[in-house]
Design a binder for this molecule. Sequence first.
Ligand SMILES: [Zn+2]
Ligand SMILES: [Zn+2]
Length: 140
Amino acid sequence: MKGVFHCRKCSTALMGEITVRSTKDPAVTPPPMRDGEPICEAGTAFKSYTSLQWSHDPANPAPLEFAPQFWGNPLDFEATTQPTRDPARLSGCCGLDGCDGSNMLCRICKTAVGTMQNDCWTALIFVPEPDTTEFRKTDT
Ligand SMILES: [Zn+2]
Ligand SMILES: [Zn+2]
């Protein structure tokens, strides 16, 4: 499917049109998940039915412990998002590890719209927040 992620609060389109592939589709090559490499080409994203993070403590789930979730290329969100100023969410050794909750804001209304991972031990990936972003399909 094709579509565009929008910020729910201010309705701004966060990107141009992208093509989303489902990880449930047997014809889709699974995401490579290589350290320091984008999860997918710019202009594409995965809809994943497994979560990027999980916790071993059911009472204290990881921030990205939900499914389905979208895995996008950070380049597609680069022009429309900016890092949060909350230092508690910006941990990482040389980039962002994305382990402490959403860390990227809509540039227009400053709502937290997603989680970026771009550290040396993570793939390059952007996970839009389901509560604050909306995927609007552009095909049927
Ligand atoms: Zn690092
Ligand atoms: Zn916004």
